[in-house]
Structures are given as structure tokens and as C-alpha cells.
Design a protein around this ligand. Structure first.
Ligand SMILES: *Cc1c(COP(=O)(O)O)cnc(C)c1O
Length: 361
């Protein structure tokens, strides 16, 4: 069996041991005589799966008691709408734009309230994160929104904006979920699609402070998009994405075995350093993001001579390096090096990049 080094931005590589364990339980989950895919979400077995998943996630992130964890369908995009529907009370929110995902979320929110762009790094094609201390946030904003790690442009907030009064901070963490410790209490709501760093596509996890879960949302809000609906029913108002939650649960246990979020952060930093250290020594490849704002999850880099792109991609594939092509908004290449990407994978990529550089200089 040959597994490749998969640098896909998402759905993305998963820990091999998790996949192997899921395979071993595929036909008969722990003596139940059926697969988790075939199981009622009301069964004792599945209740245990979701309860354990939540408990392990709470443990990993140190989620305070006064926050609910929701496992929801519809990916991150559904939350672009659900967040303003649930959180707008006075009707205003401020968005900090660091890339396409924030822009899309902002546009979607605009359907439901008075949404303002408080800051944007679009002037330099999203190659940096605006200085959070210099951003003015409206006093009566219900929330301030950020995309913590920009998957396409490869930036990360290394410092968060401060909020005052009743204004809360909301973060899309789709592409940096569980990649490092995070102080949940600084946020009103944290959410992300799981298919980048946690599990298979099909679910979003929403971590939301209890007092923000309201019954008095506008009449037009669909029942299923109201956080209260799912919070009251333990994420099982309707059929949850059962199999996805089951795999997420296994990944949480895998993360605990890696030394939790401190442990994985250390590994992630080491992995990213292998790639960035090399990028900083060459001018054959260009890393467009400002150094202090770099992501350790998504690393875009551009070949100085972009006529070599196709050849670079084809040669990479021959040595088992796949899904390395960059997003069209940035061009060039992008290496997504999520939790489950091994250091050997990143080293293999850098070896290949060096060889390619030598051959084409
Ligand atoms: C991938 C991604 C999304 C979109 O996720 P879907 O689950 O496909 O809706 C949103 N935000 C970020 C930061 C992403 O990386």
C-alpha cells in the first residue's frame, strides 16, 4: 500500500492510525454487529460516541463550562449565515477581512444586518494581518468577526482584537482548529468546518458562550439554524453527521496521545519551520506573506518563473507529493500542513523543492 503525502487544503490528510482503526471497526463496531454508518443516532452506542467526542474536545481545548459545543451539518458556509442570525441583537457587526473566507462571511452576514468592514488587508492581496490594536470597533457592535487562519492566503492572527462591553469576538478556525492551544474564554463563538484539520467533511463544530444562545431570534430564522434548537437537544435535534462525528472523536483521542494541543503545536511549529526556513534562503520560490503573519497550517509559495508550475506539479506527483497546486487567487503552490501531515512529509517536499531548484536554475 502506498500512501501519498497529501498537501490538500481540504478535505485533507488524516492520521493513518485513525483511518486504520475506523477500518477495523467498519463492519462491526465493538460487537454491535453493524457499522457506525448504519447505526441509529438514538442508540446507546452513538450517544456514547458523541458524548465522548464532546468530552475529549472540551478537555483538549479547555472549554469553559459556560460554553456549548455543537456538532452541526452544513459546513462552515452555513455558519456564515447562522452567526448573524443568532448573534445580531442590536443588529451590527464589524468584520476584519484577511482573505476570501472573511469576505464571503461578511457578504453573507450583510443580508441580515448592518455589517461593516472594520479593517482589510486586501490592499496588498491579503498578504498580512491588519494591526489589531489600530482597528476601531463600533461600540454597539454585537460582534467582531475574524477568520483566524486564512486558508487561501496563508495568514494567521497571532494576536486577537480586544472587544469591549457586550461586543464579542467570533472566529472561523476551520483551517487551524486544534493546531495550537486557544483561550476559548476570549471568544463569544469559535467555529469551523472539520474537513481541514479534524475529520471527514460533513460537520462544523460551533463552540458558543451560553448567554449568546437565544430564543428570541428573528421569526425568519430557520428552526435548524437556531443555536437554541441544537443546544437544547445535544446536537441531535435532527440526524447529526454521525460517521463524521465518530471520526472526529478518534482524532481527538489521537491528539491527546500527541501531547494535546501543546504537543501538536510544537510539532506544527517544527514542521512549518522546515518549509519556511528553506523558503527564506532561496529566491527561486517566493513566500508572499509578511513574516510575522505567517500561518503554520497553509503555506503558499510562488515559483519565480511561473512557467515552471506544471512541471513542478507533475514532478512532485512522481515522488508521491500531491495536491500542491496553489489557489487561483494566489497562484503558484500551497502546502497545507495540517496536524496529520508528518514532518517526513514536509521534509520530502523541501527535498523535492531543492532538487527542482537545482535542476532549473
Ligand atoms: C474551507 C473553509 C471554509 C468553507 O468551509 P465549508 O465547510 O466548505 O463551507 C470556510 N472558512 C475557512 C477558513 C475555510 O478554510
Amino acid at each position: 500500500m502506498a500512501r501519498v503525502y497529501n498537501f490538500s487544503a481540504g478535505p485533507a490528510t488524516l492520521p493513518e492510525s485513525v483511518l486504520a482503526e475506523a477500518a477495523s471497526e467498519m463492519l462491526d463496531y465493538r460487537g454491535s454487529g453493524m457499522s457506525v454508518m448504519e447505526m441509529s443516532h438514538r442508540s446507546k452506542e452513538f450517544q456514547q460516541i458523541i458524548d465522548e467526542a464532546e468530552a475529549d474536545l472540551r478537555d483538549l481545548m479547555g472549554i469553559p463550562e459556560n460554553y456549548k459545543v455543537l456538532f452541526l451539518q452544513g459546513g462552515a458556509w452555513t455558519q456564515f449565515a447562522a452567526i448573524p442570525m443568532n448573534l445580531l441583537k442590536k443588529g451590527k457587526a464589524d468584520y476584519i477581512l484577511t482573505g476570501s473566507w472573511g469576505k464571503k462571511a461578511c457578504k453573507e452576514a450583510g443580508k441580515y444586518g448592518d455589517i461593516r468592514v472594520a479593517a482589510s488587508s486586501e490592499d496588498k492581496n491579503f498578504t498580512y494581518v491588519p494591526d489589531v490594536d489600530a482597528i476601531e470597533i463600533r461600540e454597539d457592535a454585537d460582534y467582531v468577526y475574524i477568520c483566524d487562519n486564512e486558508t487561501i492566503f496563508g495568514t494567521k492572527f497571532h494576536k486577537y482584537p480586544e472587544t469591549k462591553g457586550d461586543t464579542v469576538l467570533v472566529a472561523d478556525v476551520s483551517s487551524c482548529f486544534l493546531s495550537e492551544p486557544m483561550d476559548v474564554s476570549k471568544f463569544g463563538l469559535i467555529y469551523g468546518g472539520v474537513q481541514k484539520n479534524i475529520g471527514p467533511a460533513g460537520a462544523a463544530i460551533v463552540i458558543v458562550r451560553e448567554d449568546l444562545i437565544r430564543d428570541d431570534v428573528p421569526e425568519f430564522v430557520p428552526t435548524i439554524l437556531k443555536y437554541k434548537t441544537q443546544a437544547d437537544k445535544g446536537s441531535m435535534f435532527n440526524t447529526p453527521p454521525c460517521y463524521t462525528i465518530y471520526i472526529c472523536g478518534k482524532v481527538f483521542k489521537w491528539l491527546k496521545a500527541q501531547g494535546g494541543l501543546e504537543g501538536i503545536q510544537k510539532r506544527n511549529q517544527e514542521k512549518a519551520a522546515v518549509l519556511y526556513d528553506y523558503l527564506d534562503t532561496t529566491d527561486f520560490y517566493i513566500a508572499p506573506v509578511r513574516k510575522e503573519d505567517r500561518s503554520i497550517m497553509n503555506v503558499p509559495f510562488i515559483l519565480k518563473d511561473d512557467s515552471l508550475n506544471e512541471e513542478f506539479i507533475a514532478g512532485a506527483k512522481e515522488v508521491g507529493i500531491v495536491n500542491i497546486k496553489g489557489h487561483r487567487d494566489v497562484g503558484g503552490m500551497r502546502a497545507s500542513i495540517y496536524n496529520a501531515m508528518s514532518k517526513e512529509g514536509v521534509e520530502a517536499l523541501v527535498d523535492y523543492m531543492k532538487k527542482f531548484e537545482t535542476e532549473h536554475k
